[in-house]
Design a binder for this molecule. Structure first.
Ligand code: MD6
Ligand code: FE
Length: 217
């Protein structure tokens, strides 16, 4: 399906779930434009390929990552940061497609955060068994902007905790086209992704792709 850039994306009356104060799950919000999103991801990956980065502690992450936008999130032995240059190619990250910016802005507005203009889109690729340990997103300069997270492909179990690492986690199933928006009092909630279960997705095969949009500076 093709969505015109001037029409709104969100389906009429998407099922919404409140997670914690400031965090909402918009079920199927991106579904109508999935083909355009996947084509845009393919074009980005052709310029800046997926790679498995190293943590500052020297472990290689199981999630493969790339970015689009004026800044991209990178991790290596020296730490986590946002950088305008892709360290693999030595060139700027591919520009953020307008369909990405539109989706992120509309999802944020739907969740109560009007005027969100992301400059970074981190693209994560999961294969069966890939997981992401519990963490906070705290490499951004300030926390007054929300994060918008878009899930495509195989479903994942998203672990949603609290402001302390030891807080108990609630599990949400994130399927193809689901969007999570969080900010405000939930901006620093600990979260992670359980090891991806094997399966076959009609569009993406044995993979899950997650887009997270942030304002980094
Ligand atoms: C993922 N996402 O869903 C991992 N972080 O693949 C994240 O770590 C994340 O989804 C901040 C905001 C939204 C997210
Ligand atoms: Fe995160």
């Amino acid at each position: 399906m093709t969505a015109d850039l001037f029409e709104s994306i969100g389906s009429a009356g998407p099922a919404e779930e409140a997670m914690t104060d400031g965090a909402r799950l918009l079920r199927g919000f991106a579904r109508a434009i999935d083909g355009e999103l996947i084509a845009a991801i393919d074009a980005i990956v052709a310029q800046s390929p997926f790679r498995r980065m190293f943590t500052p502690g020297g472990h290689q992450m199981s999630v493969a990552m790339t970015n689009s936008g004026s800044l991209g999130w990178v991790s290596d032995r020296s730490g986590y940061r946002y950088d305008a240059i892709d360290p693999t190619t030595g060139k700027p990250w591919p520009a953020m497609p307008s369909i990405f910016r539109k989706l992120a802005g509309e999802a944020a507005a739907q969740a109560g955060f009007a005027g969100f203009r992301p400059e970074a889109c981190l693209i994560n690729r999961y294969e069966p068994g890939t997981k992401l340990s519990l963490h906070q997103d705290r490499d951004e300069k300030n926390y007054d902007q929300p994060i918008v997270s878009v899930s495509l492909g195989l479903p994942a179990i998203f672990l949603w905790g609290g402001l302390k690492r030891a807080d108990k986690t609630v599990r949400y199933r994130l399927g193809h086209g689901d969007v999570v928006v969080w900010g405000g009092p939930s901006r620093l909630v600990y979260h992670g992704v359980a090891p991806l279960a094997d399966g076959e997705h009609a569009r993406l095969g044995r993979r899950r792709i997650n887009l997270t949009f942030r304002r980094a500076r």
